[in-house]
Design a protein around this ligand. Structure first.
Ligand code: PMP
Length: 397
């Protein structure tokens, strides 16, 4: 609960980069009682979910979505370990904390890794550098983080994917902070393995790991002799479970998170009702409004303008203003924002994805203004709000 003064409020605006504010229609689905994973009702709900998951990333039946109980990190580990054998080679392209997590997790396995980082924090790795490294390194897979939630940097994928589409290398994309908010067209972008967690732009409480596999990835899974993947994460097992569900046949490997799956079905229905293109545009406009609000307060953004994500923004603070004091004050006003994740940079992060609307942006900018003023930052009340409003008005919101 959010504490304002001495009173606890249940209602609060969640503007951290996931989990987000969930649509009540999605939350109500969680209350379903007595749903057994082999029932016709659940099997058909799961089949519909898988079919809608393809539409969200613009692919057809030759791509296989997989839904497993677990967080984004499980999806991350499954997405790499299934495509590597002992002594395998991976190129990790990292724009921050979550890109680096690939290296951290792979250090638990007996594989070779190379790490590619941008020239400075806040930039993305140049596509030509990735393609050049790929041409020399004989990699089994390359990992890219579409949006690094620690820096708010959006990595361009399509240029890299198109260049490497016909190579054997598997392109793995972390879409945890992007799928459902950022434009991502898996086939056109040349992505082989894409994954996300349920709690961000897909708008479902945490607990589901979602992975999509391209025909090339499916072929690789069939041909790989002995991957380093542990038992629960073995994608070949899960694929046959997903296929059974799609054929409306009850099946079992590990008990699915039934309530979360029916909530996901509802959320996907709402997402597709809005339409993907409209959804991308909404995220673009709302993020631009937020960035403009921050700039109007003379605050600097961590990500370069050309690499700014539409789902999260990282905002730098002058040394005199402590980011944890700011975050705590804004939270005490009922707006939940997040601290930074990169050491030695004084900044905070705001998520704007999924159910977010224009009012949420205005309220967040306004709370940040009040908190900054309390902390002694020199600014004129309303400048940030005006900056945000200007963009919202320009796009007719
Ligand atoms: N990758 C990215 C880009 C993320 O933002 C996160 C979560 N913030 C993860 C991976 C890990 O996901 P989870 O916390 O659900 O394990």
């Amino acid at each position: 609960m959010a504490k304002r003064g001495d009173i606890m409020y249940e209602r609060r605006l969640v503007m951290v980069p996931g989990p987000i504010n969930f649509d009540p229609r999605v939350l109500r689905e969680l209350a379903v009682e007595g749903l057994d994973h082999t029932s016709a009702e659940f099997v058909s709900s799961f089949a519909e979910t898988l079919s809608m998951l393809r539409k969200v990333v613009h692919v057809g039946g030759e791509y296989q979505p997989v839904v497993i109980a677990g967080s984004g990190t499980l999806a991350m580990e499954a997405s790499v370990t299934n495509f590597l054998e002992r002594g395998g080679r991976a190129l990790i392209v990292s724009n921050g904390y979550f890109g680096d997590r690939f290296a951290e997790l792979l250090s638990n396995y007996d594989v070779h890794m190379d790490l590619l980082r941008p020239d400075k924090i806040g930039s993305q790795v140049n596509a030509s550098k990735v393609v050049e490294a790929a041409s020399k390194g004989n990699y089994d897979l390359i990992t890219l983080t579409h949006v690094d939630t620690s820096t708010g940097v959006l990595q361009s994928i399509r240029e890299i994917g198109k260049e490497l589409m016909n190579e054997e290398t598997i392109i793995v994309v972390d879409g945890v902070c992007s799928v459902g908010g950022e434009e991502i067209k898996m086939a056109e972008d040349g992505i082989d393995v894409l994954f996300t967690g349920s709690q961000k732009a897909l708008g479902v409480p945490p607990g589901l790991a979602l992975i999509w596999l391209s025909p090339k990835a499916l072929q690789k899974l069939r041909s790989i002799k002995r991957s380093i993947s542990p038992y629960y994460m073995n994608l070949s097992r899960w694929i046959s479970i997903m296929r059974s569900y799609e054929e409306k046949k009850p099946t079992y490997f590990g008990t699915p998170a039934v309530n979360l799956v029916v909530a996901l079905r509802k959320s996907l229905e709402l997402i597709l009702e809005e339409g993907m293109e409209k959804r991308y545009l909404r995220h673009k406009v709302l993020s631009e409004a937020f960035r403009n609000g921050m700039k109007a307060l003379n605050l600097q953004l961590l990500a370069d303008e050309s690499s700014a994500a539409h789902t999260i923004t990282a905002v730098k603070l002058p040394d005199a203003i402590s980011s944890s004091s700011l975050v705590d004050l804004v939270r005490s006003m009922g707006v939940l924002i997040a601290k930074g994740l990169i050491k030695d940079i004084n900044y905070f992060r705001v998520g704007h994805m999924g159910t977010v609307n224009a009012n949420d942006i205005v309220a967040t900018v306004a709370a940040i203004e009040r908190a900054l003023t309390k902390l002694g930052y020199k600014m004129r009340f309303g400048d940030g709000v005006a900056g945000a409003q200007e963009i919202l008005h320009r796009y007719g919101l």
